[in-house]
Design a protein. Structure first.
Length: 153
């Protein structure tokens, strides 16, 4: 690690501890040349995930897009931003655990719907209506009936 003050390459680690979120390690370092101290953060490098869209085009996975879709579905519902972020985190975690470099957008949409279905039925229906692109009211009603049937069981 290069010293930010004198650009010397060698330093020693004085202190090392996990961050509050346990997603990275904070290291306090001291330059072996100038003696000044600085902090670095070490984070696990994740595999770049590519999303295969419906038209077969590819783009990098964007957690913010998933979160935005969840937030739109949950608008004016009694769901906190923390709960919405937890859903996005769970989906991102599940995708990274698959250890595949490419994932279909339809799979991501299904994951979002599964999470919303257990959290809030109205948010689920909102998301499903956009995601599934219902052609008419009858297909929309079929989805609602399926939701009601599942609730009875």
């Amino acid at each position: 690690m290069r010293c930010p003050y004198c650009s010397f390459i060698e330093s020693k680690v004085i202190d090392s501890r996990p961050t509050d979120e346990n997603t990275s390690i904070r290291r306090r370092r001291e330059c072996l040349k100038c003696g000044k101290r600085f902090t670095t953060y070490e984070k696990l490098e994740s595999i770049a995930l590519v999303v295969i869209k419906k038209d077969e085009s590819r783009q990098p996975f964007n957690r913010n897009k998933v979160l935005k879709g969840i937030m739109t579905a949950c608008e004016k519902r009694p769901i906190s931003i923390v709960q919405m972020e937890q859903i996005a985190d769970a989906i991102e975690s599940e995708l990274s655990q698959r250890m595949e470099r490419e994932v279909k957008s339809t799979y991501i949409g299904e994951l979002v719907m599964d999470k919303l279905r257990t959290l809030d039925e109205v948010a689920y229906v909102r998301f499903a209506s956009v995601y599934k692109q219902f052609d008419d009211v009858s297909t929309f009603m079929e989805e609602l009936q399926e939701l009601l049937d599942d609730k009875k069981n």
